[in-house]
Design a protein around this ligand. Structure first.
Ligand code: V47
Ligand code: SF4
Length: 357
């Protein structure tokens, strides 16, 4: 029985995971996931006071699910100078959600055809100089692979050089879905799933913690999702370098492949099954920007223990039709968590506790 396996801590198999995705019994799946989440993190639900920076939307890849990217010279293309990035961080992007000290900056952007490797190094060191105590979580495995190409350095030296300039940890983006058949339809120019995993393994071995993601709700099958989760679980068994897993719900607006928004039921099921399969991940994040405030709140009862952060300015999901705001205050996040019956814990980038509500 699958329930017995979960309660006795036995690992789920691929077949178990497929059965769970095929099941309509959302409440049982949620109850099991919630049991596992509480065993790992008690009643705690984490959030972070953070900022997002997207240095450029100019990208040579032009993935077909991405409404954020532009080609060079195209209308709407932008590139930020390092001074502009520092100014955004200092003035909170002019948002209503200002005035809070933040502990992490999250940086993800397009693959710019002309920027040299030094631009990224200078960006990191300028941020560290201005905000020495802020953790920099920057660059997906896709960007790291690209930087290795433009710098001529191998992956290990690319990562070590970035780390010396201030890179503290890496976000989990760019994983999309590993299944090659789907990946080649979604993002033919992007590095393969195997290469994504290779970059992460090298990052972990270089002492850089990372997250992992899965983009779901587009063309993929249940088997593709399960295969994706198991590849992550296998790598985590080897390195232990992943901090959190974040299922990313596909947003179809303004994208080349179009399609539909995922359903709330699928969002909760995917969070819950991720919690059950990824028994070696400490944290499962319900990314409120994509899921909406209310589904994220309910996700805390379906296996998630983190709802990400205050953010302030978010371009990737909002280009593709996100219906959320771009930022929430610390008080708003804590309120959402409390009303789910959990204990709000403000964390830093490494899950050290900064405040408990
Ligand atoms: O890699 C792009 C995804 C990712 C769409 O590690 C889309 O803490 C949905 O990885 N619909 C970037 N998703 C965001 C990301 C992330 C976000 C928050 C926290 C963390 C973390 C990582 O966004 C991309 C891609 O997978 N994406 N277009 C879209 N239309
Ligand atoms: Fe470029 Fe990333 Fe958008 Fe793909 S998802 S087009 S790599 S910015």
């Amino acid at each position: 029985m699958l329930e017995d396996k979960v309660f006795s801590g036995e690992r789920l198999t691929r077949e178990d995971a497929i059965k769970l995705f095929q099941s309509d019994d959302l409440f049982t799946i949620g109850r099991l996931a919630s049991y596992v989440a509480e065993k790992k993190n008690g009643r705690n639900a984490y959030f972070i006071v953070n900022r997002h920076i997207n240095p450029t939307n100019i990208c040579v890849n032009r993935c077909k699910f991405c409404a954020f990217s532009r080609s060079k010279g195209e209308e709407g293309a932008y590139e930020l100078t390092i001074e502009e990035i520092i100014k955004k961080l200092k003035d909170g992007h002019g948002s209503r959600v200002t005035g809070h000290g933040f502990s992490e900056v999250h940086i993800v952007g397009g693959l710019h055809p002309d920027w040299p490797f030094e631009y990224y190094l200078n960006m990191l060191s300028a941020i560290k100089k201005e905000f020495p105590s802020i953790a920099i979580k920057a660059f997906t495995a896709v960007e790291i692979d690209y930087m290795s190409k433009i710098s001529g350095l191998n992956l290990e030296d690319t990562l070590k050089t970035l780390k010396k300039s201030g890179l503290d940890l890496m976000p989990g983006g760019g994983a999309e879905i590993f299944a090659e058949g789907i990946r080649s339809k979604l993002c033919p120019e992007k590095i393969s799933g195997d290469r994504w995993l290779e970059v992460m393994e090298i990052a972990h071995n270089a002492g850089i913690k990372t997250n992992a993601t899965m983009l779901y709700g587009h063309l993929e099958s249940i088997e593709d999702r399960v295969d994706h989760l198991f590849k992550l679980r296998d790598l985590q068994d080897r390195t232990g370098g992943f901090q959190a897993f974040i299922p990313l719900s596909y947003h179809p607006k303004n994208t080349e492949i179009g399609g539909f928004y995922s359903s709330g039921v699928d969002d909760l099921k995917t969070i819950a099954i991720s919690r059950l399969v990824l028994d070696n991940f400490e944290h499962i994040k319900a990314y409120w920007i994509m899921l909406g405030e209310k589904i994220s709140q309910v996700a805390l009862l379906f296996g998630a223990d983190d709802i990400d952060g205050t953010i302030i300015e978010e371009k990737i999901t909002h280009s593709a039709g996100a219906m959320t705001e771009e930022g929430m205050t610390k008080e708003e996040l804590a309120y959402l968590i409390k009303k789910a019956g959990k204990t709000p814990v403000e964390r830093d980038a490494f899950y050290n506790e900064l405040w408990k509500g």
